[in-house]
Design a protein around this ligand. Structure first.
Ligand code: ADP
Ligand code: MG
Ligand code: MG
Length: 922
């Protein structure tokens, strides 16, 4: 006993010792780095990229990365950094001082650093970078002496106070901007760069007063203290509202934390031989192979992205600084080869010397993703397998999004043209704030968000808008980056717009547009028009629907190529949820290998059918019911035949009637109103009698909880003649198809089975009727009878059901509803609150709850297979089109996955990635 306790203590101790000896700070500089590209979890994307570039011998300013683990420790220790880690940081600062040949706070040669956040996934919702840290009232004079450039020294200092004041001391940006503008105005300066040293000294004095009055303290002068405060601000920013919202939208877990990068400053603001910029190795909007980006002369850091001055296209750098340009091209081409993917990079040029500050995989639109992946294969940079892994399945749905009809579009004059940041057609009512975007969308309106420039706080509005339009900013501004990532049509930097955000209006080309007016814009051309313009199907859909020849669409050919590569690797069969011949046709064109769920009741809503269905429901005797069913029979047979043809003979799973019958009848309240009206008019006779009978039946069929009521297999059991009619229609249609050479194997699926005998009852009917039909038709065809596993009891007794059922299809919509006890129709009232409170991370109806619902699926699979090893297993809930869920279905060993027609490309690609076992979002 005592021994055991001791062993435990020792183990505990060694664990602590382990944490202590663990490396928390990673140095990079002078050609060598402690980290590398494989260490994104620990160093974040930025830190791992800086390490990798350093190791590759690229010009990267030296620095160090404090790991993401320290972020978690910071939270666990309630905002304190253990002294062992503080010591590590101090040692790394010393090492950095040595490498840089400069010292923090020195008046001779002060070391300045940037403090940069950086999680595993790039997150625009997080902290702004702090530049020029280390400056104080003495060091700034040292910097001036050393560089012989007082303007530069004070420009750096004012930037530092502003950034530190805003990010660390949480003083609103306007408080600083107000002072800055005042000085500019007093001196008659138009551009920031017009201010001289004296003016900037005045700005610094004013800024220090802002800090004193707003933060109630002096601006901290000790550089070591500045560094600690900045580091902690990065950690705190991990939990700010924007960052949390961003992670929620993109399903990034909260626990991974952010790293902090501390890096020696290089200066793009020393004069006209310096500058800063950002770029991509290929066009992230269209995927075209062209060097792409922007830069600003005599500027620092975020100036390019912030849209304060309009940057120059990167090509022009070739004229201004040819040597640096050439080197940049060489380096970025090398980076693309090295990472085997498009790179998004940041650089700064100090006195014509180039420095690399960041590289990462470039975010791109769905179009660009497909173009780039197929191009990289043609260029032999990657294999088809790597291409399949390079494209986010979700981005394929963007390729199916509509565009404007060119003829309609041409008719309307262009009001202004901005930068085409993210392709797609957007049309809707103008709103000027993110909150309005959300409110109006909730009222069912389609809105476009118009802003001078967007900020990370706008993310919720950008998410719901049809598109984003800004007046300032370049192709790498916030609106552009986020728009592309969300797949939202975006036009940025439309300088022709004079926006009056407070007055909720803008002027353009002599017209005034107010909130609520319609505008449209094209994210591929950048054109903006003051009108509502109808959009038309995407190029891919046009080819699929036969309106455009495949040879005329390179996009379609690439799309098809990529998906055919995906098919090489996937093991999960992909089917469609479809119940109309044209849907089946579309699904087939998208590569569906069959139909996983054909909902027969949707056919009951077809033209002229509802009265027959109602007659069937109103029938009081079996004979009357059979009469109505006899009328439905030829219609259903025709439907099934159409679907078989649309699927070109591929397997089709048809579900027998599922919803409660009152869904086919008018609403009780409507009937009561009708009757009252007829009575008031003094009408009597047939019409009134019919309404009264209908009302009586509606009241009879009323259920307190229809979801748990008389539906699914329960209908087939109480009205066997419905199952008989449906079976007859299916088998007759299949016989007809067979006679025409289409060897379809219908799969008849009984819904909502939870008791073996329910299934046996229905299977007996199906087998009997099928035998009759085949005898009449003098032909033998193959068919299967199976069930939908969608109530928890169906999963737990799957071993019994599999004795008789030839296939299972998991109906994950109902299974989720019944496992959680959440009504699908009412969950909207509380789901958002559950997510806000982190009770649920995601909507379980959108992405399968692997832990609970998934476990029931697993039980169903295991027990079913134990009885019948060759049992066919599939899923047919809405989850079939969700990439993360598809991974789970693959892993649990299902054979087929069914998704809505438009989601089939997504499912095919996701299934391939699952087979190649990568995690979604990695
Ligand atoms: P983000 O994640 O928002 O891109 P970064 O940390 O990359 O933030 O910083 C933004 C910009 O700040 C960079 O693109 C670069 O221009 C500038 N910057 C960051 N660190 C340095 C540095 N050490 N020297 C010069 N500029 C820097
Ligand atoms: Mg930033
Ligand atoms: Mg950056």
């Amino acid at each position: 006993m005592a021994k055991k306790a001791k062993a435990k203590r020792v183990a505990g101790k060694s664990r602590i010792a382990n944490t202590k000896s663990r490396k928390h700070v990673y140095f990079f500089g002078a050609g060598r780095a402690d980290g590398n590209r494989t260490m994104k979890d620990l160093l974040g994307g930025k830190g791992s990229g800086l390490a990798e570039m350093t190791n590759a011998g690229l010009p990267v300013p030296p620095g160090f990365t404090i790991s993401t683990e320290v972020c978690n420790i910071y939270y666990k220790e309630k905002g304190k950094i253990p002294s062992s880690i503080s010591r590590d940081i101090t040692e790394n600062v010393k090492k950095l001082e040595k490498t840089a040949g400069a010292t923090l706070g020195s008046t001779e040669n002060p070391l300045l650093v940037s403090v940069r956040s950086g999680a595993k996934f790039s997150m625009p919702g997080m902290m702004d970078t702090i530049l020029n840290l280390g400056l104080n009232d003495d060091a700034v004079e040292g910097l001036k002496r050393r560089t012989d450039n007082g303007r530069f020294a004070f420009d750096s200092y004012r930037r530092f106070i502003q950034m530190f004041g805003n990010v660390v001391l949480e003083i609103p940006k306007d408080s600083f901007e107000h002072e800055f503008d005042a000085v500019k105005k007093a001196r008659g300066a138009r551009l920031d760069t017009d201010l001289d040293e004296a003016a900037l000294r005045e700005v610094v004095e004013r800024y220090k007063k802002v800090v004193k009055s707003k933060a109630g303290r002096d601006f901290p002068q000790d550089p070591h203290r500045q560094l600690e405060m900045a580091r902690d601000a990065v950690f705190r920013s991990w939990m700010n509202a924007r960052a949390i919202e961003y992670r929620r939208i993109y399903d990034i877990p909260d626990h991974i934390g952010t790293a902090v990068n501390v890096q020696m400053m290089v200066f793009g603001n020393t004069g006209d031989r310096s500058g800063t910029g950002v770029g991509f190795t290929r066009n992230p909007g269209t995927g075209a192979k062209e060097f792409y980006g922007e830069f600003l002369i005599n500027a620092q850091g975020e100036d390019v992205v912030a849209g304060i001055r309009t940057p120059q296209p990167i090509r022009e750098l070739e004229q201004v600084m040819p040597k640096a340009y050439k080197q940049l091209r060489e380096i970025t081409t090398r980076l693309e080869k090295h990472y085997k993917d498009v790179q998004d990079f940041e650089f700064t040029i100090q006195d014509e010397k180039l420095f690399m500050l960041q590289t990462r995989s470039g975010k791109r639109t769905g179009y660009a993703a497909v173009v780039i992946a197929t191009d990289l294969v043609s260029e032999k940079l990657i294999t088809p397998k790597e291409a399949v892994l390079l494209v986010d399945p979700e981005s394929l749905s963007q390729l199916l999004a509509p565009g404007f009809d060119p003829a309609e579009w041409k008719k309307i004059p262009t009001a202004t043209t901005g930068l085409p940041a993210s392709p797609g057609a957007a049309s809707g009512q103008v709103v000027f704030t993110a909150d309005h975007a959300v409110e109006w969308t909730q009222q069912g309106k389609k809105v476009v968000l118009v802003r001078r420039e967007t900020v990370p706080d706008d993310i919720h509005g950008m998410f719901v808008a049809q598109g984003i339009l800004t007046a300032t900013g370049g192709m790498t501004s916030h609106a552009a980056v986020v728009g592309r990532q969300m797949g939202k049509p975006s036009v940025v930097g439309a300088g022709g717009l004079e926006i009056d955000e407070a007055g909720k209006r803008f002027r353009v080309a002599g017209q005034s547009v107010k909130e609520g007016d319609y505008i449209s814009f094209d994210g591929l051309s950048g054109e903006v028009k003051i009108a509502q313009v109808a959009s038309k199907p995407s190029e891919i859909l046009q080819v699929v629907n036969g309106g455009l020849d495949a040879s005329k669409s390179s996009l379609y050919r690439r799309f098809k190529q990529l998906l055919s590569w995906a098919d090489r690797f996937r093991r999960l069969g992909i089917r469609a949820n479809a119940d109309q011949p044209d849907q089946a046709e579309l699904a087939h064109a998208f590569g569906a290998e069959g139909i996983g769920l054909c909902r027969t009741e949707h056919m009951f809503f077809g033209e002229g059918r509802i009265p027959i269905v109602q007659r069937m429901i109103l029938a009081t005797t079996e004979a009357d019911r059979r009469k109505a069913l006899a009328e439905l029979l030829p219609l259903q047979r025709q439907d099934f035949y159409g679907v078989f043809k649309g699927m070109h003979g591929k397997p089709v799973t048809i579900r027998t009637i599922d919803p409660p019958l009152h869904e086919f009848l008018p609403k009780r309240e409507e009937l009561m109103v009708d009757i009252a009206r007829l009575e008031a008019l003094g009408k009597t006779g047939k019409q009134l009698d019919e309404k009264r009978t209908l009302l009586a039946r509606v009241e009879q069929l009323h259920e307190f909880n229809p979801m748990l009521g008389h539906r699914g297999v329960r209908l087939g059991i109480t009205y066997p003649e419905i199952t008989e009619m449906q079976t007859r229609a299916i088998i007759e249609a299949a016989c007809q198809a067979h006679k025409e050479g289409l060897k379809v194997v219908p799969e008849i699926m009984i819904p909502l089975v939870g008791i073996l005998k329910e299934f046996s009852d229905q299977k007996a009917i199906v087998d009997r009727v099928a035998a009759d039909v085949m005898k009449e038709q003098k032909i033998k065809i193959k068919y299967l009878v199976g069930t939908m596993i969608e109530i928890p009891r169906g999963c737990t007794i799957a071993d019994q059901i599999a004795r008789e059922a030839e296939f299972f299809s998991f109906g994950t919509n109902d299974l989720t509803q019944l496992t959680f006890g959440f009504s699908r129709d009412d969950v909207g009232k509380f789901l958002k609150i559950y997510q806000d409170k982190k009770i649920l991370e995601r909507d379980p109806f959108a992405s399968i709850d692997v832990e609970g619902v998934g476990d029931l699926v697993r039980v169903g699979v295991e027990r079913g297979r134990a009885t019948r090893p060759d049992l066919k297993l599939g899923i047919c809930g809405e989850h079939g089109g969700d990439a993360a869920s598809v991974h789970f279905f693959h892993n649990v060993g299902l054979a087929a996955d069914a998704a809505g027609a438009y989601r089939i490309p997504v499912a095919r690609l996701a299934a391939a990635q699952a087979a190649l076992s990568v995690k979604v979002g990695d």
